[in-house]
Each structure stands twice: as C-alpha cells, then as structure tokens.
Ligand binder design. Structure first.
Ligand code: ZN
Length: 492
C-alpha cells in the first residue's frame, strides 16, 4: 500500500487528518464518515468515540493542573497585576491584552513580557500561541509554566533576565477558548482553525509589504483576531503548540506537492536548525517514532499536507518564522504528568525563544531625516524577505552562520546593497542602513517643468510601450500607475 497516496486521497476528499504514524493516520470524522472509510477498505478498528467530558479538575488554580477559560483568565490577571505594576521586585515586565473575542465572546488573551513595556525597542518580537485546537490543552499549560518562570526568575536568573530585557515576548496561551470549554478540536462553528488561514496562492499573492490585502473576509472570529494582530506586530519567530504526537514540523505544510513529499521553503536549513533547538533538549520528542523525522523534526508536507494552516501564512505573508510543535502523544494526558512535561519542555521553550537573536539585525532609516522606515530586507539568493518594524525601523533576519549579501529597499527610496555580512553562531551581526530618498524624474520631455505634456506622454507609454525605460519614474523596472501618480503629484 502507498500511504502517501492514501493521505492525498483522504485530504482531497476533505477528511481532517490530524496526525500520521508509521502505519496509520489519525482523522477526526463524523459517524457517517467512519462508515464510508470502513466501506472504502480502511481499517477503522482503532476508532474512538469523541467524549465530551470536561478536562479533569476544571477551575483549579496554579501550575500542574488543567485550566478552564475562567481560571486561566484570573491567573493571567493575577500575573499582570503582580508584575505589571512593579509591586514584585519593582519589575514592570508583564502586560495582559485582549486581542479580541472568540465566536462565543470569550477574550483571546495575549501576555506581553519585556523590560520596557510601552517603549518600541530595537528588539526581536517573539511569540508562542497555544491551543488553537481546543482538545489539545497541554500547550496552554506549558505557556503558563513559561510565563511563570519569566516573571518569577526575572532579576535572579541571568539567562531569563537577558531574554526578557532583549526580547519582546508575546504569549497567547489559548487561541480557541470556546473549543477548550467544549473539549473540542474545532471552534464553536465547527471549523478547524489550523485549516482556516488564507492559502497561497489563491488566498493572497505577495506579502503585506507589497500591499497584498489582509483579506480576512469569511474567516472565523479567532482566525481574524490572530491575523489582524499578527499584521500589526512584527514577529520574527513564533511557534504554535498542539498535541497528539511529539514532533516539530516546519513550513511548508502546503506547496502543492502532496502528502509524504518534502516541500522545502527557501529557509529549509534554517528551519531544521530552529526546530532542532526545540526538540534536542526534549528527549521524548527527539527520540519520537515518526518516520523521516530524525531528531524529532520534519517538514510539514513530508509528514502530511494540510491547506489553510497558520505557519505557512505567517511565513509567506508576514515574513514571520513559525513552526508547529506537537507536545505529547496523548492529546489530554493525565494532569499528574504536566510537571514532567514541563521538565521536558522548559529548556526547549527557552532555547527556541533565544533563537530570535541569531543572524543579522539593524535599523533602517531615512538618510536625510533619520526617520525609521518600513523596509524590505532580502538575502541575495534567498527569495524570502523580512520587513522592518515601522515603529522603530528595526529588522531581525534569522540566518545560520555564513557570509551573506543583503538588499534593502523601501518604496520611494534607492535600494541599497550590503556585501559580505559575516554571521556567526552567537549574537546577530548588526547592519544599520540609511536609505536615500529616490529622486524622481517626472519631467519626461526635459522642458524644465512637469505638466500635462508629461502626463500625456506617460499615459501613451502605459498604453502602447510598456517597455519604455525613460518613463519608469520610480525605476522599479516596470511602467505602472504609480509612475503616472508620481508625475501627477509633481505637476506645477
Ligand atoms: Zn492541533
């Protein structure tokens, strides 16, 4: 039997594959679909009825117990009160924000942890998101342990103090609160949120920097909240937590290659390195039995293809590196195993967050005014760009050790190339850049003024001679309406 062909067929038929093992796959199906699968000759003897029973001890407080939406909310509020006001060790390092509401009107909480809470700094923005599948709550608990050590060990543990001082850390412990309350994979509308993000290329083309629309029409409330927030932030590195296996999977999940076929991204080597930073300290994950996953890491499509996943959207549309981390073979392990799971994941969560400091970083400014710019940073030979945070102009391009050539561009500015940037395996190399505003030659006929004659010439060129270089006002290599726009604004 050809397992990959089966997976493709099931995927094409609309079945929701949630995990793949050596000789079997896990699917979430209705009772009717189960009958169809059996009729198609699949061995469905391992099917389990989905039990809508609540997670053990809802309402408990503290670490090492499963939280409900309500107890999670009060716990996060307590952390924010204690560590956002300076009452603990004078450290104001924690802020609680509601990003928006779920379908059933629950808050989707984000915790921000950094040393200067309301100041834009030249720091990478890092993120963990948990439990977009409501019946995979281990990630929520790992996030709470992580929040707890960042806050309580800040100021005493030098490694944690450095991380908090130099990183803007965001943690969304519960993306699908309605699903958690219902002990249900899907959101309240029965939608799998990790299949609800815009696909490439049908859902969007280009990046947010190119002005490709965010296009969240028709998406679920939870998906929209995460999309809009992610587009406003400038995340450099991210991971989202799941359960049902022990593995890190990295983009692409979907590059139209089919399940069981590797779909490498332009940053494939970087992905393997980043994923291994998570799996290596976590011995059950590192030694997991999934085929083709040495060290507990695997390309998403090689494992099994999914469409509409969050990590591909983050990477392709925002230039944010995102991986999917499966924390335990059991979706809801016994509560008394949570402490052990935290032991497995503590070093992993720290090491992965610290990886947001590798590669090249810097600030891009206007050469004349010194204003920070929204710019695109490209590594020559790698077509995956990253973008500056427009508030501060800072960029953080994660790269493995080597020597790289960079191209920095921004609309209305002359491109700049920086050659032979040496990247080591320690802290990111700093490359600050000042871009010169481009001078636009809008006086096409050279008569000393920009007027209707130039507009006429531009329109004619647009319609008849799209290769006419002398009319390429912004020197981007093509004639477009923006060239005409530049002439119109310069008339007079
Ligand atoms: Zn999941």
């Amino acid at each position: 039997p050809d397992g990959a062909a089966d997976l493709d067929r099931l995927n094409a038929q609309g079945y929701n594959i949630t995990s793949v093992d050596a000789n079997s796959a896990s699917l979430v199906v209705t009772a009717e679909e189960l009958l169809w699968l059996a009729a198609d000759g699949y061995d469905v003897s391992g099917a389990e009825k989905h039990a809508r029973k609540p997670i053990a001890t809802p309402g408990a407080k503290g670490l090492g117990v499963y939280h409900s939406y309500t107890t999670l909310t009060s716990e996060l509020q307590a952390y924010a009160a204690a560590y956002g006001s300076g009452q603990n060790s004078n450290a104001k390092i924690c802020k609680l924000v509601s990003l928006g509401k779920s379908t059933q009107d629950r808050d989707i909480w984000a915790v921000k942890i950094t040393d200067k809470l309301s100041k834009e700094e030249n720091e990478p923005e890092f993120r963990y998101i948990a439990t977009m599948h409501g019946d995979e709550p281990v990630g929520t608990e790992m996030c709470l342990y992580f929040i707890d050590i960042l806050l309580t060990e800040y100021g005493s543990d030098s490694r944690i103090t450095d991380l908090v001082n130099n990183t803007e850390i965001w943690i969304v412990p519960l993306m699908n609160p309605d699903g958690l309350e219902a002990v249900e994979r899907f959101n309240h509308n029965g939608i799998d949120l990790n299949r609800d993000f815009p696909d490439w290329p049908s859902g969007f083309s280009g990046t947010i920097f190119d002005g490709a629309p965010l296009n969240d029409n028709g998406r679920e409330a939870e998906t929209r909240v995460i999309m809009q927030w992610s587009a406003e932030q400038s995340f450099v590195l991210s991971a989202n937590f799941h359960g049902g296996a022990r593995i890190v999977n990295y983009p692409f999940d979907d590059d139209n290659k089919g399940s069981g076929v590797e779909a490498p991204s332009p940053d494939d080597a970087l992905w393997q390195d980043l994923s291994l930073r998570y799996s290596t300290p976590n011995s059950p994950m590192f030694n997991n039995p999934v085929p083709d996953s040495p060290g507990g890491v695997i390309n998403g499509s090689l494992w099994y293809e999914i469409t509409g996943g969050m990590q591909d959207w983050n990477y392709r549309y925002l230039g944010c590196n995102d991986v999917t981390i499966e924390l335990d073979a059991t979706k809801i392990p016994n509560e008394n195993q949570l402490d052990d799971l935290w032991d497995d994941n503590r070093e992993s969560m720290l090491a992965y967050a610290e990886a947001s400091h590798i590669g090249v970083k810097g600030i891009v400014k206007d050469k004349n005014t010194g204003d920070p710019l929204y710019a695109r940073i490209e590594v020559i030979g790698n077509n995956q760009p990253v973008f500056t945070d427009p508030g501060k102009g800072d960029y953080h391009r994660l790269l493995l050790p080597g020597t790289y050539n960079l191209k920095i561009s921004a609309p209305g500015y002359k491109n700049k190339r920086v050659r032979d940037v040496a990247v080591t395996d320690s802290e990111a190399t700093t490359v600050n850049v000042k871009l010169k505003p481009a001078v636009f030659k809008t006086d096409l006929n050279g008569d000393g003024k920009t007027n209707s004659i130039d507009i006429q010439r531009m329109v004619t060129a647009l319609l008849n001679t799209p290769d006419e270089k002398s009319c390429d006002v912004d020197s981007d290599g093509k004639l477009t309406v923006s060239d005409l726009q530049l002439i119109v604004t310069n008339v007079g």
